[in-house]
Design a protein around this ligand. Structure first.
Ligand code: BGC
Length: 744
């Protein structure tokens, strides 16, 4: 018996080991990634290598069919998984299994100030990507909010490099847990949409390193991002997609990035530069990335036949080629060649719940006089909802982040569902903004045309509002061109479509007026003194109506804080007062527009602080239905050295009657410095949930990184000895306590 058992075992071993022998090394997940990469590379022909470097369709690149190395399928990003387009066209493929959960926009995620929400977001969207058989998510976006006119701010994480860096890391990790690469975009200095392909950014190194790069750096070094997307613009007169400084020197050199650099769609312009300056995968060439495109041009891509010819003519060697292919094979091992990756899931109740949680934590209560909010349904008989954004679907439009959501609950429907028969809910349009509802063939199916004049629409709304207990105006921007939309910037800070008049008229007849602003950007509010309650509602995706209703009626206590400043005027923004926005056209026939970032480091609250400007709403601002008292912050020591940490503890108490969460912010002020520094800079934050009457000690550890500036003369981060202050704050304009300390 014993003997026959051991014979059986031996036989089994032979079978198993023959099978293992049959498995090519690059398919064998028990081997190291680098071993697998080298094994695949050594078997590939020159043409197979070249083929991997560029797209074969709008969103995919070929694998190596002969070797069984799969294709890589990419998808937008960053708020949900884009619907399927035709192989070689931007239009819909007409699939019926490609709808998704639309998550709240990244501005909303940033407004949660909660890295756990970023992890939840990344994990959930990664699961959707995986289920939809996508290997690379084209997102998240972390370009810094430099001007409120940038049409794509809604896809980014606000104006502060520290906040964006903290939030991007868990998002990337969450996506990649699924064996799906996050492709962090748009690297770098893509801070506006107008002239996006022709703007040459001129910025000093200090500003580049301190403001525009930290979120990308964190995504790479801490998040371990497997892909980065180059941006459309130029820097130092070279397109960012093949930019020596950004890609070779900084990304792959200083940060040791081992993943792939993906071009933005149509962002590649030159073979020799693309070969030498760090581009690995080319997509969307001969298209504008949005609508037009030349059919079947893939062989003519810069990294296709033209590259092959350069190699064949001996103009370049194959060293760069092998480096690019190694990176793509590494990506393949991490994604398509990873047999252990999970299967993902789509449109699950868990994802709806995730969207609700993220949205609920991201909505910002900007103003709430006389405790106007939450609406107490026990005392309310009639609610009037006014405004186009109460009914308009927002998941369709805005450019490449446009989605085909499985469902999108509008604010009006969310309010109606919540209120049920407890009160009457009346809707009036108020204004007609943009009645269209189509993107790349995805149609909302909504009929929003309305031929009435502005006067007629206002009259209807005012009539309804007169005897209402509450008026909830839901307006703001939308996802059409020149609003919050790719490829164009806004014309100004004002609300469009005469909304200010509508709000003014409503304020005259009803004192319980709530304005819900749906946007990814700051807007002007000339009526602010006359409106008691204002809510920043972002773009909230599938669960919009539920999220807004839960905040308006108090089921959720708001805890979001602004990830960017609402300036009082456009001229209070550095990019507009001192920078060259939108750029100065060269008159040399090149079509290039130069833009100096003359405001330098002073972006967002840094600019307001420097110039003592009072914003409409400061960075980090957000109210709650409860109140918080900050005790005196204390440090565990008076001095620290560069390799020590200093601990600040501040007690925070919920002084109101209901549970709530507060984002406690830590800003550092460098009192003595050889170089000019911002008045203060965000270097820590904690979101704490407190029961009524509860006190928690909030702890911040300050290390050298929090004290450094980038010295461009030395090309190094420097922490200068001297006096510093730690400011504990509830917003950038609401400092609750200070501690002085010294760096030895
Ligand atoms: C956008 C990218 C997007 C790509 C693919 C470009 O127009 O700038 O953000 O990922 O298209 O759709």
């Amino acid at each position: 018996m014993k003997k026959s058992l051991s014979i059986l075992c031996a036989l089994l071993c032979v079978v198993v080991s023959t099978r293992a022998q049959q498995l090519p090394v690059y398919h064998d997940a028990s081997r190291s990634v680098e071993e697998r990469v080298e094994a695949a590379l050594s078997r590939m022909t020159l043409r197979e290598k070249i083929a991997m470097l560029h797209a074969q369709s709008k969103f995919s690149s070929p694998g190596v069919p002969r070797l069984g190395i799969p294709e890589i399928w990419t998808t937008d990003g960053p708020h949900g998984i884009r619907p399927e387009v035709l192989w070689d066209e931007w239009n819909q493929a007409g699939w019926s299994n490609d709808s998704c959960t639309a998550f709240p926009a990244l501005t909303c995620l940033a407004a949660t100030w909660n890295p756990d929400m970023a992890a939840l977001y990344g994990r959930s969207i990664g699961e959707e990507a995986r289920y939809r058989k996508k290997d690379m998510l084209l997102g998240p976006g972390v370009n810094i909010y430099r001007t409120p006119l940038n049409g794509r701010n809604f896809e980014y994480m606000g104006e502060d490099p520290y906040l964006a860096a903290r939030m991007v890391v868990p998002y990337v990790q969450g996506v990649q847990q699924n064996g799906v690469a996050a492709c962090v975009k748009h690297f770098a200095l893509n801070n506006q949409e107008v002239n996006r392909n022709t703007t040459n950014v001129i910025v000093d190194d200090r500003t580049l390193y301190e403001i525009y790069l930290p979120a990308f750096k964190a995504a790479v070094e801490q998040g371990g991002a497997w892909a980065i997307m180059g941006s459309y613009n130029l820097y130092k007169n070279q397109h960012a997609c093949h930019n020596r400084y950004l890609l070779n020197d900084i990304l792959k050199g200083e940060w040791g990035f081992d993943g792939v650099v993906v071009s933005d769609w149509g962002g590649t312009h030159d073979t020799a530069e693309a070969v030498r300056n760090g581009l690995d995968m080319e997509f969307g060439t001969w298209t504008n990335g949005l609508s037009q495109g030349t059919s079947n041009a893939y062989d003519n891509y810069y990294l296709a036949a033209p590259y092959l010819r350069m190699i064949e003519r001996g103009e370049v060697g194959t060293e760069e080629l092998d480096d690019k292919v190694r990176r793509i094979l590494r990506l393949a091992c991490r994604t398509v060649l990873n047999p252990a990756r999970p299967y993902g899931s789509l449109c699950s109740e868990e994802h709806a719940e995730a969207a609700r949680r993220i949205g609920g934590e991201g909505v910002v209560l900007l103003k709430n006089e006389r405790a106007t909010l939450p609406v107490d349904l026990q005392r309310v008989r009639k609610i009037v909802v006014v405004g186009e954004n109460a009914v308009k679907m927002m998941t369709v439009g805005g450019g490449s982040s446009s989605l085909k959501a499985r469902y999108e609950l509008s604010p009006l429907d969310g309010i109606r569902r919540y209120v049920g028969d407890r009160a009457e809910v009346v809707y009036a349009r108020g204004y007609v903004g943009d009645a269209s509802g189509e993107y790349n063939g995805v149609r909302t199916g909504q009929q929003l045309d309305d031929a009435r004049t502005p006067e007629e629409l206002i009259a209807e709304a005012v009539d309804a509002a007169r005897d209402a207990d509450y008026v909830i105006f839901v307006g703001g921007l939308n996802k059409s061109a020149r609003q919050d939309c790719e490829d164009s910037d806004r014309a100004g800070l004002e609300l469009p479509y005469g909304q200010d008049e509508v709000i003014g008229a409503l304020a005259r007849v009803n004192r319980n007026l709530v304005v819900v602003n749906i946007s990814g950007n700051a807007v002007a509010m000339p009526w602010i003194a006359r409106v008691p309650a204002v809510v920043q509602g972002w773009y909230l995706g599938s669960e919009t109506g539920n999220i807004l209703a839960s905040v308006l009626f108090g089921e959720v206590n708001p805890s979001g804080k602004l990830p960017f400043t609402f300036p009082a005027r456009l001229e209070d923004v550095g990019a507009h007062r001192e920078g060259q926005y939108p750029g100065v056209a060269r008159n040399d026939g090149s079509g290039i527009t130069d833009q100096r970032y003359d405001e330098g480091l002073f972006v967002g609250y840094r600019y307001a602080d420097k110039n003592r400007l009072t914003p409409l709403f400061p960075f980090g601002h957000g109210l709650s239905y409860t109140t918080f008292r900050y005790g005196k912050p204390a440090a565990d020591r008076k001095t620290m050295t560069a390799d020590e940490t200093l601990r600040i503890v501040v007690p925070v108490t919920n002084t109101g009657a209901r549970e709530g969460a507060e984002v406690v912010q830590l800003y550092i002020r460098d009192v003595e410095s050889s170089l000019p520094r911002p008045v203060k800079e965000l270097k820590g934050f904690r979101k704490v949930t407190l029961a009524p009457g509860e006190t928690q000690e909030v702890v911040f550890d300050i290390d050298r990184d929090a004290l450094c500036f980038f010295d461009d003369a030395r090309h190094a981060w420097v922490a200068e000895p001297g006096r510093f202050e730690a400011w504990v704050a509830s917003s950038a304009a609401d400092i609750r306590g200070k501690v002085v300390f010294e760096l030895k």
